[in-house]
Write a protein that binds this ligand. Sequence first.
Ligand code: BG6
Ligand code: MG
Length: 217
Amino acid sequence: MNKKAFIFDLDGVIVDTAKYHYLAWKKIADQLGIEFTLEHNELLKGVSRVRSLDIILELGKIEASQEDKDKWLIQKNEDYLTYLVDMDESEILPGVFTILKFLKEKNQPIALGSASKNARPILEKTGILSYFDAIVDGNDVSNAKPDPEVFLIAAKLLDTKPENAIVFEDSVAGVQAANIGKMTSIGIGEESVLHEAKYIFKDFTHIDTSFIESLIK
Ligand code: BG6
Ligand code: MG
């Protein structure tokens, strides 16, 4: 039996923060007169803060100075953080706890693989930090998803070969990162968006423990 590792993205997989990222970016886009729809937002999921701003500016065909970009990046994060102030475990997405608990019972290594620099406080506020044997976040990587760096570091920290790692992702960039890293990609969300994933589930309530058990074997 090969030792497996389970790597979870954070935003939109464990917690419902993807909507807060969207709202904070939408404010900046509105301010700059750039049309920014939920469909455009799919391009930002899994993508670093800096790259997200560049994508929005590209959508609006706006060229900006570094000074302005830095200002908007700070504004976006300050606004995003206001949504996290009252965050608690109620923000954990349905079914996530069941799967985390099951993996713990089965002694499976668990890591976080997120592009976010706000990952740790979110795990603390929601009370699930202790489930993770390793945390790799936006502070640890230099290459954004779809580069597999974040997941490769996580697999290494869990002492598992990439081929034996299983990645839960809600973003196209994240699914691609897992695939490029030769890991098993599990898309959480819409099939129409995440069709590159090996398996796709609408949310964690659709994943039963026998499926997880089949991955462990
Ligand atoms: C990813 C989100 O998890 O983290 C992106 O999907 C976000 O939308 C990125 O831009 C960076 O997050 P943060 O919290 O460092 O701005
Ligand atoms: Mg995500």
